[in-house]
Design a protein around this ligand. Structure first.
Ligand SMILES: Cc1cc2nc3c(=O)[nH]c(=O)nc-3n(C[C@H](O)[C@H](O)[C@H](O)COP(=O)(O)O)c2cc1C
Ligand SMILES: [Fe+2]
Ligand SMILES: [Fe+2]
Length: 397
């Protein structure tokens, strides 16, 4: 059954929803699924924007054939060579061999690496500001290196004022009866997944996202057509502002994040008590997570949201308790910055996790770390309330 919808004048959404795959990139749980968007502009010339993941190949090829309706497409524009979008290039070329491929110089290097047996076909290399006329629509290309891979380009349509934004402005989560963000309660249905997608997929490349946002600010954009999630045709500034905040390294809210690891519950109890103290002292909402239970991508999304991060961690074989270590390593890998941290360690005979965590956090850019570190030796008792209170007070800055 063909499943295509109009996205803008002469422009069709021909993507597909994937509610079956467990993990995106085989890492990130996607309980709400993900969409792989692809678009077609039908003008004097017909242009296809990207393909889809193999997970939805059947639906995608049916959509594409249905949209083309027996006509021969002219261009396959490759905005991003990651296989969640480019996986079906060889299949599509096999079916419509006269297609001309459009991409950046780097796109074609990656293309030959992923598809060494691709048949000879005409390739049009585009760079910053280059244009491609489809008849009435003219596309202008914008380079967007490292949003999310080095070859990424975006395309701007002068008629619909649509920005085909590749992975930028994407989100996890599937589309229901509409492809448009304004048909959803975005904040309720998508925002937390959009933040998790941003922080984990694009978050490391904040400066590169800022560069693209500056280029976008110079354009008159009426709609955003990303490669994942809904299409934006109203209130674009809401989502663009989110991207401004997320990519600038600024916390989105004043909420406090408490992440703990705990084998038997004692560190958890201390973290819970500290969270109540922090909330009472500040009136700021305090969100508590068990690092063993919550996927690290969720914790990372919460770091992007919260300005203060309080870590409670047992010592484990003279090291950092592994689920907490994975969280801290991910923060370092994703260039977390401009945050305030406080560290509490647990250890029954030779507590060491606090110092090891401190060494890792000290390497993060523009971060401050509370000098009041708390040491727990098993369980906290009522007699330790003052020490916990002092730790919580110092954690707030
Ligand atoms: C496998 C294992 C290794 C541990 N290694 C250390 C250690 O190297 N140094 C230390 O002081 N405590 C060590 N501990 C003790 C824990 O840090 C301590 O029991 C702490 O209370 C655990 O946190 P919980 O009570 O929240 O589960 C270890 C415990 C286990 C089970
Ligand atoms: Fe990507
Ligand atoms: Fe993607």
């Amino acid at each position: 059954m063909i499943n295509i919808l109009p996205a803008a004048k002469d422009t069709w959404w021909i993507g597909a929803n994937d509610r079956r795959t467990e993990r995106f990139e085989n890492i990130f749980p996607i309980p709400k699924g993900v969409t792989y968007n692809s678009y077609v502009i039908k003008d004097e010339k017909t242009a296809i924007f990207d393909t889809c993941d193999t997970a939805v190949s059947g639906q995608y090829l049916e959509n594409l054939a249905g949209c083309l309706d027996g006509t021969m497409p002219d261009y396959l524009i490759i905005l991003h060579m990651e296989p969640d979008h480019c996986a079906l290039i060889e299949t599509v070329l096999g079916r419509w061999p006269s297609l001309k491929l459009v991409g950046s110089a780097k796109t074609f290097q990656l293309l030959s690496q992923f598809f060494p047996k691709l048949p000879e076909t005409e390739k049009i290399t585009v760079g910053e500001g280059d244009t491609l006329s489809l008849g009435t629509h003219t596309l202008t290309f914008i380079t967007a290196p490292m949003v999310h891979w080095p070859e990424v380009i975006m395309a701007y349509d002068d008629v619909t004022k649509a920005l085909f934004s590749a992975d930028a402005f994407g989100t996890f989560g599937t589309l229901s009866g509409s492809i448009f963000a304004d048909d959803y309660d975005f904040e309720k249905e998508f925002l937390s997944e959009a933040r998790r997608y941003y922080a984990n997929i694009v978050g490391k490349f904040g400066p590169q996202v800022q560069t693209v946002l500056k280029k976008a600010a110079a354009l008159d954009i009426a709609c955003l057509l990303p490669l994942h999630g809904p299409v934006w045709r109203k209130d674009l500034s809401y989502f663009i502002d989110k991207y401004q905040t997320w990519s600038s390294g600024t916390p989105e809210s004043s909420d406090i994040l408490v992440v703990y690891g705990s084998l038997y519950g004692h560190t958890a109890a201390a973290a819970q008590a500290a969270a109540a103290m922090l909330e009472e002292k500040t009136g700021r909402h305090t969100a508590v997570y068990d690092a063993s239970k919550t996927h690290v991508s969720e914790l990372i999304a919460e770091v992007w949201r919260c300005g203060t991060v309080v870590i409670f961690c047992p010592t484990y074989n003279m090291g950092i308790y592994p689920p907490v270590e994975s969280f801290i390593n991910d923060m370092a890998a994703l260039n977390v910055q401009n945050r305030h941290f406080a560290i509490a360690q647990n250890g029954s005979w030779a507590p060491a996790s606090g110092k090891l965590i401190l060494e890792k956090l000290e390497k993060l850019k523009n971060c401050t770390i509370s000098e009041n570190t708390l040491t727990i030796k098993g369980a906290l008792s009522e007699a330790d309330t003052d020490a916990l209170l002092a730790f919580a007070e110092a954690a707030i800055q």
